[in-house]
Design a protein around this ligand. Structure first.
Ligand SMILES: NC(=O)c1ccc[n+]([C@@H]2O[C@H](COP(=O)([O-])OP(=O)(O)OC[C@H]3O[C@@H](n4cnc5c(N)ncnc54)[C@H](OP(=O)(O)O)[C@@H]3O)[C@@H](O)[C@H]2O)c1
Length: 323
């Protein structure tokens, strides 16, 4: 790829900073413009990340003819509006996870991208992590035999957050399931597909969001045990166990650089380094898709994003989560 893909960012909060520092590590990408609802935030972001232009409105960013792809990094409850506005101006879009608050929103975004021939991808960055790619490859190639059991957790302590913090606020798409439950559910979906049956229980906190949720996904020949929470700092490990071997992804598994294969009492660990914080891998995927004029990624398609949302909705419905 000899031409740089020109990027813009809409919404300049915590994740946008990490993403921009990774974008600057990708030789085939150039961050040309950023936009925030607050022009002062946009100006300081422009200085910090050496960006050509900044705007005090997202619409101005979407009208910038040099911007080819927009990274949408605002709050969950704004993703749909911002994504639809970018697509209406013909921009390719990488949108933070979860792509939408529910499957209905995601269907709308997919239809808009299709009708406007625009690229669209949910920023499910773990899908592009080298160790997770390896786990998927080994599972698909039968290195594990038949996968019978998967365990995955993701939690951190955040009970001291202000009630207005996005994690604590139902209206901002808060709670453990919507913020981090997406990761263990993603791993089960990636390796085992759609389950036949789901059981789940949640505990709700003082602001009404779920502070922890435990799930069992039942497949024809396998089970997945999944957990997410903001009540404790767990080791955040994942395991994929088959009839012939087992994979361990050490904590924090969703951005790990290591993968361990245990087979016949033999334990071998492989180091698969990530570049930067780890967002470079999804950035490379988007660049390659755009360079090939594709409207979606084959590694994380919009159907994948939709099915993941359907699983989250199912867990939400049976566990009494109010989002
Ligand atoms: N992939 C990952 O590793 C990862 C990690 C954390 C979060 N995320 C996702 O990234 C997204 C943003 O998370 P974050 O932690 O970066 O959030 P954040 O810093 O709290 O806010 C991000 C941006 O959202 C807008 N915003 C914040 N509060 C708002 C409000 N009350 N009303 C309207 N707009 C508001 C602002 O955009 P302006 O600058 O335009 O004002 C802000 O800069 C979420 O979808 C989250 O799920 C992903």
């Amino acid at each position: 790829m000899n031409k740089k893909i020109k990027w813009g960012i809409a919404g300049l909060g915590n994740i946008a900073k990490k993403f921009a520092s990774d974008l600057n590590l990708v030789p085939e990408a150039q961050l040309v413009a950023v936009a925030s609802s607050d022009i002062h935030r946009a100006e300081s972001f422009k200085r910090d990340f050496n960006v050509d232009r900044c705007y005090g409105s997202y619409e101005d960013l979407f009208d910038d003819p040099e911007v080819v792809v927009v990274y949408v990094a605002g709050l969950n409850n704004h993703h749909k509006t911002v994504v639809l506005a970018a697509i209406a101006k013909g921009k390719a879009v990488l949108c933070e996870k979860p792509l939408g608050l529910n499957s209905g929103e995601i269907k709308q975004m997919i239809a808009a991208a299709y009708n406007n021939h625009c690229f669209l991808m949910e920023a499910l960055w773990s899908r592009f992590n080298p160790a997770i790619q390896k786990a998927k490859q080994w599972a698909d190639e039968g290195v594990l035999g038949q996968v019978k059991f998967l365990y995955s957790e993701f939690s951190f302590y955040k009970m001291d957050a202000d009630p207005t913090h996005r994690l604590m606020d139902l209206n901002k798409g808060g709670g453990a399931l919507y913020d981090i439950g997406i990761y263990p559910i993603f791993l089960a979906y990636l390796i085992l597909g759609m389950p036949e049956k789901i059981s789940a229980q949640s505990q709700l906190g003082p602001t009404g969001v779920d502070v922890q949720t435990s799930m069992i996904f039942q497949y024809k020949n396998a089970q997945a045990v999944l957990y997410c929470g903001i009540t404790n700092n767990s080791s955040n490990e994942a395991k994929i166990c088959g009839t012939e071997a087992e994979i361990v992804l050490p904590g924090r598994w969703h951005d790990t650089e290591f993968i361990t294969l245990i087979r016949n009492d033999e334990v071998s660990t492989t180091n698969l380094p990530t570049v930067g914080v780890g967002y470079t891998h999804e950035i490379n995927e988007v660049n390659q898709c755009i360079a090939q004029s594709l409207t979606e990624s084959s590694l994380w398609s919009n159907q994948n994003a939709l099915e993941l949302a359907l699983l989250i909705e199912k867990v939400r419905d049976i566990s009494g989560i109010k989002n």
